[in-house]
Design a protein around this ligand. Structure first.
Ligand code: PRT
Ligand code: ZN
Length: 286
């Protein structure tokens, strides 16, 4: 029997939509939704399992799944010996310590002897040990942010994204102890036939990510400004330059990274470029 990759995804939660979207963009089709626990792709040798995120590292460690998508926070907290294959750039958040607004904060030492409520006892415990702080960790599985107001703890350690949950519960973020994003995990060793499929999938994921991080750019430039403009547009190798019908002008085609985009565009305009078109890229193969 030819080999099939088993991929564990969160059934329904903050990772789900982006995970499904990622496979869609990689051209891998499968059904999901309403009550489905398993689905086989119609056009890639993959089978998908839909699970709670906390269970995914265990399934991957045991080899029930060959790959999984989880938050780094969950992967590290569960402590399962799995390998991170690739960072996926979505579901970004941080694990932070927060205290009631208005309470004095003089640094992590102020947590000595205090009670801290969290769903992440391992991450918090390791952080406190590294800081030489001795506090009592109260593990609770949800609604951590209400712990101070009901007298369970003087501080919390919870996932923060926009910060609005902390704010609406009268808490202030005082220390970030871990930064997280969605990651692709695999067992510490993969069979060679599975590795071939993982490499195939990774190639697609990287092409999709590269396309998202770059824009295709087309512009017109006077020939005397070409050297300057070409230097600002490294492209994948170097820009394409073709003459325009108008004497003394050329058209330049290139790729620009999202991170440097606005600064470069300003410099390109200042150098004399006109009629700049910026176009999204669907896939980018190096
Ligand atoms: O049912 P299942 O067990 O599968 O899901 P879950 O409820 O355990 O997890 P889920 O879907 O809430 O989150 C999955 C992953 O998304 C987490 O492990 C993180 O890696 C990531 N993530 C990103 C977040 C958030 N952002 C987030 N904001 N996880 C949780 N939150 C919660 C946080 O716990 C707090 O209650 O949102 C609130 C804070 O959000 P802000 O925007 O108010 O700061
Ligand atoms: Zn969970």
């Amino acid at each position: 029997m030819s080999s099939v990759l088993r991929i564990a995804l969160q059934k329904s939660g903050r990772l789900s939509e982006d995970s499904y979207q990622l496979f869609k963009e990689c051209g891998i089709r499968f059904d999901y939704g309403t009550g489905k626990l398993k689905s086989v792709s119609s056009n890639f040798p993959a089978e998908f399992l839909f699970l709670r995120d906390d269970d995914i590292p265990g399934y991957v460690e045991d080899g029930v799944a060959d790959l999984g998508i989880v938050g780094e926070n969950v992967a590290v907290e569960t402590g399962r010996p799995v390998q991170t294959i690739h960072k996926l750039g979505f579901s970004k958040c941080r694990l932070s310590i927060a205290i009631p607004r208005g309470n004095e904060w003089t640094g992590v030492e102020s947590l000595n002897g205090k009670n801290i409520a969290t769903s992440y006892p391992n991450l918090l415990g390791n952080y406190l040990a590294g800081q030489g702080v001795q506090a009592n960790i109260h593990e609770i599985s949800g609604s951590v942010e209400i712990a101070p107001s009901i007298g369970l703890a003087e501080a919390v350690c919870d996932i923060v994204s926009s910060g609005s949950t902390l704010m609406s519960n009268g808490l202030q973020e005082v220390e970030t102890i871990f930064r997280s994003e969605a990651i692709l995990i695999a067992p510490s060793e993969l069979a060679p036939d599975k590795q071939v499929l993982v490499d195939k999938l990774l190639f697609r994921i990287k092409s999709v990510q590269a396309a998202k991080n770059n824009k295709y750019i087309v512009l017109n430039a006077p020939n005397h400004a070409l050297d300057k403009i070409v230097a600002l547009l490294p492209g994948m190798k170097s820009p394409t330059v073709t003459p325009l019908a108008t004497e003394g002008w050329s058209s330049v085609y290139s790729v620009l990274n999202e991170n440097e985009f606005w600064e470069n565009i300003e410099a390109i305009r200042a150098a004399g470029a006109e009629g700049i078109l910026v176009i999204p890229i669907e896939k980018m193969i190096y």
